[in-house]
Write a protein that binds this ligand. Structure first.
Ligand code: ASP
Length: 339
């Protein structure tokens, strides 16, 4: 991803609505209510995910549908080893996936440690819409998914299996943070996702009615203990949306996010008047204050407020996020960081 695109994206991050340049003309740059439909998501693979979400927003669709459609893109991408079907497995060679979704009415659904289902985000939505529950885990989540008609599949790809065998040679578990912004769209020869053994897509969208929704989906930390669940399916940790205030999502070492109820914290800080970037920064710095050696790990927060302004902050350099609206379809922005 070249610097020019970063710089173009930075304008969007400040919340300034740029003139639409003929892209996705059907989409209103602003609505009668002054709302700017917009979607943002974590990491470089968020660029392609946003475009799928934007198709929904541009057609006047609901933010909830947009984030589900967007999250399904990296879930299906065989080049992506930290989300969905090609995610790296746990230490036992099992691919277990976590996902959550939240709508503008405070409804939410999630699945954790689900196996054999390529699109956990869509199962999370079914949990939200078709059960009285919020979170289904493991075999129960799989059973529900199959009852709902999702195909049972073998998710461990030959490439993931090879990487797992390689890891087994030392079998040392250590989260590796990205230290530089990757270029997922590097084209042939690029190996996106290999720079670290984790990363999640967290996505937030605001639609033309001014409604917010969010989605978060991941294969979690590669080589984790079987049964480990990260922050991504935990409402308030990996994802939180309050339609009166804004939404937040996270990526990085989920244990640190869970300990601090990170996404809920970011939304509450925005409620107190902080900008999305300031709120994300305070949440990161709270993690660091409580546990100074967390500086060697990566955690990043991404937030969108009720006006569609977007901001982010991470512990370390290397975090990036993608923003898409009527003015710009493929902005990838380097996240600011404490280190
Ligand atoms: N937050 C995810 C987890 O802990 C991983 C990541 O985003 O890097 O499962």
């Amino acid at each position: 991803m070249d610097r020019r695109r970063f710089l173009q994206g930075a304008t969007i991050a400040s919340g300034v609505a740029l003139a639409a340049k003929g892209i996705a003309k059907a989409a209103p740059a602003t609505t009668a209510a002054g709302m700017v439909p917009r979607v943002c998501s974590t990491w470089d693979f968020g660029v392609a995910a946003n475009q799928a979400a934007w198709k929904v927003l541009a057609a006047g669709g609901r933010a909830l549908d947009a984030v589900e459609q967007g999250a399904r893109v990296p879930e299906a991408d065989l080049r992506n080893h930290s989300v969905g079907r090609a995610g790296y497995p746990d230490r036992d060679g099992k691919v277990t996936l976590d996902a959550s979704i939240m709508d503008e009415n405070g409804n939410c659904g999630a699945v954790a440690a689900i196996e054999h289902i390529a699109h956990p985000i869509s199962v999370a939505r079914r949990v939200m819409e078709r059960t009285p529950h919020v979170l289904l885990v493991g075999d129960g989540a799989l059973q529900f998914a199959i009852e709902q008609g999702f195909p049972r599949e073998e998710l461990l790809t030959p490439e993931s299996e090879k990487a797992w065998h390689e890891w087994l040679k030392t079998a040392k578990y250590k989260p590796v943070a990205n230290s530089e912004v990757r270029s997922y769209n590097a084209g042939p020869g690029g190996t996106p996702g290999d720079a670290s053994n984790h990363d999640t897509i967290g996505m937030l969208a605001i639609d033309a009615k001014g409604n917010l929704s969010g989605a978060c989906t991941t294969s979690g930390m590669a080589w984790k203990l079987h049964g480990r669940v990260g922050d991504s399916p935990i409402i308030g940790a990996g994802l939180y949306v309050d339609n009166d205030v804004g939404g937040a999502t996270s990526t990085g070492v989920g244990e640190e996010v869970i300990r601090n109820v990170g996404s809920f914290l970011v939304v509450e800080l925005m409620r107190q008047g902080r900008s999305p970037e300031d709120a994300c920064r305070e949440a990161v710095e709270r993690i660091l204050r409580k546990k100074p050696n967390a500086k060697d790990l990566q955690v990043g927060f991404l937030a969108m407020d009720k006006k569609g302004n977007v901001g982010a902050w991470a512990i370390q350099k290397g975090f990036s996020y993608a923003v898409c609206d009527a003015a710009k379809q493929d902005a990838l922005i380097p996240g600011k960081s404490s280190y």
